[in-house]
Design a protein around this ligand. Sequence first.
Ligand code: ACO
Length: 341
Amino acid sequence: MTTPPTSLERNAPRGARIVGTGSDLPEEIRTNHDLTRTLDTSDEWIRSRTGIGARRIAGKGDKTSDMARRAAQRALESAGLTGRDLDMIVVATVTPDRPLPSTASLVHHQLGARIDCAAFDLAAACGGFCYGLSLARAQIESGMARHVLVVGVELLSRIVDWTDRGTCVLFGDGAGAVVLGPTESSAGGRLLSTALGVDGSLTESLTVLAGGSEEPTSAETVASGRHYVKMNGQEVFKAAVRYLSEVSARALEQAGITADGIDWVVPHQANSRILEAVASRLGIPNERMFLNLERYGNTSSASIPIALDEAVRSGVIRPGQHLLFCALGAGVAFGAAVVRW
Ligand code: ACO
């Protein structure tokens, strides 16, 4: 027999909580040492500037939708659900299988989701997972959806220029996923806040110039490498420190808790120096940052759900703990969320 809800729980407005996590990483490991065979760089330079030691590279036949599906299946399994239980599928990615259809439609089909389950891609670059969480939360809290799958997935190895040492050393491939569902409990796990933002004046600091409608792919754009990621690293660095701190502070305030109350920050795994600066601004010790970028590099929208899945499965994150997610990327679009696990 289940315990009847307390009056507090009966009156608690419907909330959203993460009920399952999953991830998928390619087998191939490309270390900093491997990169020195073709690039004028060194393990020491990459580690000291970024904290990255290796990244995973998707196999030739692997597609974004394959990795998204595998991460999603693991998240569904851990939630005790199937694709048929989903009301919405959000795939945050800037490396879709194709410009159209959406990668989410492919994942929808592979998971056997119902025809009345919505599915679409979300383009907010490295901020994409936080945008997806915010959307899922609103859908569930409003009662419009019961179970929402949010996937962050990137095959960045396909859009970086492997001769450009200023960008290619940073990125890796991977997928992470969460399933969110409703909760009526005021004391149990739930998303306590989500905060988002964009500084559109910085769109040129991280971009892929060609391949869109502004500059359609042509022999010339390919020859000049304009379909690869271009970045002004220092501009992105400064924006990341500033906006990750600001949006995290906003999410903490909305959740009604202080930085002291955060057990784990599970940040977008961009760069350890950026994250140290953000931790210092928020007044959170570095030891409370859950980092795996040493092994996987920057996997953009996938990095938070991959780290979350690792932390949950290894028992680092426990029920009742408070987590802060924060992310920023091209756009520059950024977001944060506070979660009681
Ligand atoms: N190996 C060796 N030397 C390198 C490399 C490399 N991989 N890359 C650049 N250099 C050289 C440059 O050519 C330059 O040489 P020069 O002085 O002879 O011209 C020198 O190192 C300094 O270059 P900077 O670009 O000024 O180096 P910086 O200290 O700014 O570090 C970095 C570059 C690591 C990219 C840094 O700016 C950064 O981390 N920025 C944040 C970018 C980021 O995280 N982007 C990810 C996407 S957005 C996000 O997720 C937040």
